[in-house]
Ligand binder design. Structure first.
Ligand SMILES: NC(=O)c1ccc[n+]([C@@H]2O[C@H](COP(=O)([O-])OP(=O)(O)OC[C@H]3O[C@@H](n4cnc5c(N)ncnc54)[C@H](OP(=O)(O)O)[C@@H]3O)[C@@H](O)[C@H]2O)c1
Ligand SMILES: *[C@@H]1O[C@H](CO)[C@@H](O)[C@H](O)[C@H]1NC(C)=O
Ligand SMILES: *[C@@H]1O[C@H](CO)[C@@H](O)[C@H](O)[C@H]1NC(C)=O
Ligand SMILES: *[C@@H]1O[C@H](CO)[C@@H](O)[C@H](O)[C@H]1NC(C)=O
Ligand SMILES: *[C@@H]1O[C@H](CO)[C@@H](O)[C@H](O)[C@H]1NC(C)=O
Length: 323
């Protein structure tokens, strides 16, 4: 009993203090911007960070479209948000980012019902073990297809709706969920779909690097339509993302580390929400954020890679959607 008091309690107290200290570094979206009359789309809104983003946008009075892989999952998320936010305006919709037809159908649906989109949160994402090289239904490598190319297609299809909602004083915003793991990524312009190079690649990191290239190129292209774009890293967040890459024994190894470093989904939603709402960012576009401030990537970004990646991606989409 004595030992418990002398060692255990101080240890727990110390850990709790370290955790609190770390949390203070993560930043918080502290503005109180309300979103009455605005429409937001959140992809992958049924789980993890996307769910928390949708919930907070709804609490700020936006009409939120929850774009999920199945309509059932979207509806379940709406019910769950409504138990906390009874007045939330939520619209469940189906969107499978691994299928260009589904993305087209979703965009047509949006165009017929909601002319103005003020916020698009490109949040959905997958992470699988590298050696599996899974593919989407259109035969794109799954990280490249879902995390990057699907959102590329979606954002371009919705550009008119974003532009329509925008004004010089309140620009529409696209928020792209990237990751600081992009620093381990590589853009192989000669093998974007990783057919030859999957085994020597970090496919998840590659897709997140492509997301950041997308954001910087899209910023240029959407500038005169008054649409801003923000890429961000949410931090290391405890969600379902790791369900395919972690085994049970990882939980014993990871748990102690996770206690210090991992954010809750709500904490992970702070930087994306900051990018979506912060008035200070009104005149910025194409940059990367983490911990609710700018993030300086170790990667050197090349304009020639950016434009080539964009062209190649368009090409791949054109070839597939004409099939
Ligand atoms: N967690 C982290 O530490 C971390 C770190 C850096 C970046 N991120 C990024 O944060 C974003 C959110 O991830 P999370 O951590 O919240 O993971 P999560 O809980 O697994 O959520 C991912 C969401 O994406 C959806 N999704 C997957 N494939 C889809 C598809 N083909 N079509 C439509 N939706 C699809 C999932 O739907 P289902 O539920 O149907 O699978 C789920 O709603 C991702 O882009 C991720 O890369 C996360
Ligand atoms: C929900 O809306 C109703 C009608 O506008 C209002 O009376 C009520 O206070 C609102 N409830 C909450 C929790 O905001
Ligand atoms: C953005 O630019 C406009 C026009 O130059 C200016 O009026 C406004 O104060 C700027 N906003 C911020 C947050 O810097
Ligand atoms: C882009 O430019 C850099 C430096 O100017 C050069 O090293 C690189 O080979 C170019 N890459 C492509 C794909 O053109
Ligand atoms: C893809 O198709 C669109 C629409 O038809 C066209 O504007 C664009 O130039 C095409 N892109 C490429 C790289 O072929």
């Amino acid at each position: 009993m004595g030992n418990l008091v002398y060692y255990f309690l101080p240890t727990v107290l110390l850990l709790a203090l370290i955790r609190k200290y770390r949390e203070s570094k993560w930043g918080k979206c502290t503005n109180n911007v309300q979103l009455n009359g605005k429409t937001a789309i959140v992809t992958g809104a049924n789980s993890g960070i996307g769910y928390e983003i949708a919930k907070e946008l709804a609490a700020r009075k936006a009409q939120v479209i929850l774009a999920c892989r199945t309509l059932d999952k979207a509806k379940q998320a709406c019910v769950s948000i409504k138990t906390d936010q009874i007045n939330a305006t939520l619209i469940p919709m189906e969107l499978d980012l691994g299928c260009l037809k589904s993305i087209e159908k979703f965009a047509e649906n949006i165009k017929s019902k909601h002319h103005e989109i003020h916020l698009l949160i490109n949040n959905a994402g997958v992470s699988y073990p590298n050696n599996r090289r899974l593919e989407t239904s259109d035969n794109f490598e799954i990280h490249f297809g879902v995390n990057y190319l699907g959102h590329f297609f979606l954002t371009n299809l919705l550009l008119d709706n974003l532009a329509k909602a925008s004004s010089k004083t309140a620009k529409s915003r696209v928020v792209v969920l990237a990751s600081s793991l992009h620093e381990r990524g590589n853009i192989r312009l000669d093998d974007l779909n990783s057919i030859q190079t999957a085994h020597q690649s970090n496919l998840y990191a590659n897709s997140k690097l492509a997301n950041i290239y997308f954001a910087s190129e899209f910023a240029q292209r959407a500038k005169d339509r008054n649409v801003n774009v923000y890429a961000c890293c949410p931090g290391w967040v405890y969600t379902n993302l790791f369900r395919h890459t972690l085994s049970w024994y990882h939980f014993f190894l990871v748990a102690p580390v996770a206690f210090f470093f991992m954010r809750s989904a709500k904490q992970g939603a702070q930087t994306p929400l900051f990018c979506a709402t912060e008035p200070e960012l009104e005149n910025e576009s194409g940059l990367l954020y983490r911990d609710c401030k700018h993030y300086n990537s170790k990667v050197i970004f090349y304009d020639n890679v950016s434009t080539k990646l964009w062209m190649e991606t368009e090409n791949m989409i054109n070839k597939t959607s004409r099939k």
